[in-house]
Design a protein around this ligand. Structure first.
Ligand code: DON
Length: 589
């Protein structure tokens, strides 16, 4: 006899018991409850995370910044002390982190930012990479018509037209108080005087060393070998590029010495990025996507970010928690969370893309009628027990990069920004004489329907490559407001496809399970991204849900990659947490 009838029986029994013994709790009840749910107290912590709390959590009252490098947070403190505001802090930290985490982000990258200044307004900025004019779907096909996944993943053709410099300059000009030289000063110091190489940077330099072009090896090597932990990394060319940006501002990035040097490099690569690409680049400014969810107003980045899918995920969980048909308890929670994630990532795969090129039905995806219908479908499936995972799956490749900056002051002024060059050291190429590491963000496009990218994500024609188009992104910088508009929390993460689920997991533990902020960030996580049809659980969750109780999932225990950076307001306290998986710290006072 196959295992399936047994599994089904077990599942139905669990559902029946749960149905009989548990009162249905709406999310609102959960939010109002002062107690941690009994069923949750036995969850394990990530090993060692509690001991690290002193380093990764800070409480202040005036202002707080959380980033992935102590010196980037320090850059924020420095400009705050000079009379800067949260936007100056964001700009200083953004330029600084570009120098300090060249494996994660940089001037040749792109990103998103949400800015909330309660007395002035709220804005969303898309300064992500765009496809160059030459970027078309056929450009990345082999002569036999098959997709050339190597070409889009690494090297000079994997590069999108960058937006980080234009984006930071625009936001700074609109809302900053200090001048550009002041906010760029810490980054320039770190580039010119150098900083001590930390373990993660040393490891990835060694890992990608053979792929680096000679120019890049010169910067990240000493005596023709990869730079080591504890050695001083000086980036003189990058310092000069920063200096030219201070002098010429955005002109440097439209038709300056830097863009000329990039054009020279691209003479050997079919002029894939050409002078017109720089001239046509526009930072997009729009209203953030605002939605009421879990008792707060959630303000996030509209498409081509995945903010909308985070909202769908939270709404679906909310609706399942309200219905009496779903199992409760630990197993029930995992089933509800997993199913919410699965639907949200299915939407992402099928509909996600640049809204300028194809419609993303944002209002529909977060409407109550859509949520009701989807939950009814999940309900039928779960209660019938008649489903199995899609067996063929592609595992996402390992990658730790991208970065996030969360800032808030005591007035609730806040910035949430995620920035990236995509994979580890992006394209793993440096433009001679600039210190710029090229991104490999073209890989965030769907090279062909159903063909997975670096993160195992698939896409449809909505995310097909086209000139000037912005690739779909998992980056989802988010700010939460109380219903009266007071800022509650600033959050975001690097982590590729796992970004939306890292935010979901953290908010779930913080708002629903009422854990403290540090525990909520460091709690073992759950991840499902539709395809591969695999439930990824942090290794500490092994044994928490006997696999006989999760019969319909293909379970894999592996560490959630995303690193969460968050600042929350509790009364008059500002609490900052940098993910203990990372190298950063929150700073403030
Ligand atoms: O925009 C995206 O979805 C990706 N470029 C983000 C990459 C990332 O977070 C890598 N981190 N592990």
């Amino acid at each position: 006899m196959s295992l399936f009838p047994n599994r089904r029986t077990i599942f139905l029994l669990i559902s029946l018991c749960v149905f009989s013994f548990y009162r249905c709790e709406s999310i609102q009840t959960l939010l109002e409850s002062k107690q941690t749910k009994e069923t949750e107290t036995s969850f394990p912590q990530i090993q060692g995370s509690l001991e690290k709390r002193d380093r990764y959590e800070l409480i202040g009252r005036e202002f707080m910044i959380a980033t992935d490098h102590p010196l980037a947070s320090q850059a924020g403190v420095e400009v705050w002390k000079q009379g800067g505001n949260v936007v100056d802090v964001f700009s200083a930290a953004s330029f600084a982190i570009s120098v300090l985490r060249p494996q994660s982000t940089g001037l040749f990258g792109g990103g998103f930012a949400i800015v909330y200044l309660p007395k002035k307004g709220k804005w969303a900025y898309d300064f992500r990479e765009r496809s160059p004019k030459k970027g078309t779907a056929t450009y990345f096909l082999n002569p036999d018509g098959t997709p050339n996944t190597g070409k889009i993943l690494k090297g000079a053709f994997s590069v999108g037209v960058p937006g980080n410099v234009q984006g930071i300059l625009k936001i700074q000009k609109q809302h900053g108080k200090l001048n550009l030289a002041d906010v760029m000063a810490p980054a320039m110091r770190y580039a010119k005087n150098g900083f001590a190489v930390y373990a993660d940077l040393a490891n990835v330099v060694t890992k990608v060393w053979p792929e680096m072009n000679p120019e890049m090896q010169k910067v990240f090597g000493i005596d023709d070998r990869p730079i080591r932990e504890g050695e001083l990394l000086i980036q003189e060319d990058l310092f000069q590029t920063l200096q030219r940006i201070v002098e010429n501002e955005e002109k440097e990035w439209i038709d300056g010495e830097t863009t000329k040097r990039v054009s020279l490099y691209y003479q050997n690569f079919d002029e894939f990025i050409c002078p017109e690409d720089w001239k046509e680049y526009q930072v997009k400014q729009m209203d953030p996507l605002v939605s009421n969810v879990w008792g707060y107003q959630l303000m996030t980045m509209p498409p081509p970010s995945s903010g909308v899918h985070l909202v769908t995920m939270m709404q679906l969980y909310n609706e399942m928690a309200k219905r009496k048909t779903f199992p409760k308890g630990k197993v029930g929670e995992v089933i509800q969370i997993t199913e919410a994630m699965r639907v949200a990532y299915r939407d992402r795969a099928e509909l996600g893309g640049d809204p300028k090129f194809s419609e993303v039905p944002v209002s529909k995806l977060i409407s109550q009628s859509y949520i009701n219908d989807e939950v009814s479908e999940i309900e039928k499936k779960v209660v019938s027990g008649n489903w199995k995972p899609i067996p063929k799956s592609v595992e996402p490749k390992d990658s730790y990069n991208t970065t996030h900056i969360s800032v808030m002051d005591k007035e609730g002024n806040a910035v949430s920004s995620t920035q990236s060059i995509n994979g580890i050291f992006g394209a793993v190429q440096m433009v001679p004489g600039t210190g710029l590491v090229l991104n490999n963000t073209m890989d965030d496009f769907s090279i062909a329907p159903g063909v997975p990218n670096l993160y195992g994500l698939v896409g449809s024609n909505a995310n097909a490559i086209a000139p000037g188009k912005t690739p779909l992104s998992s980056m989802s910088p988010t700010i939460l407001l109380e219903t009266n508009g007071a800022t509650k929390l600033v959050i975001g993460a690097p982590g590729g496809s796992q970004i939306p689920t890292s935010i979901f997991n953290t908010l779930y533990h913080y708002l629903v399970q009422k854990r403290n902020l540090y525990e909520s960030v460091s709690f073992p996580r759950i991840h499902h991204q539709y395809l591969p049809d695999t439930l990824f659980l942090d290794p500490e969750l092994k044994g928490t849900f006997p696999e006989t109780e999760l019969p319909f999932y293909q379970v894999q225990y592996s560490r959630h990659r995303a690193k969460v950076f968050v600042v929350s307001k509790e009364g008059d306290k500002l609490i900052g947490v940098s993910d203990p998986k990372g190298e950063g710290v929150p700073l403030g006072f």
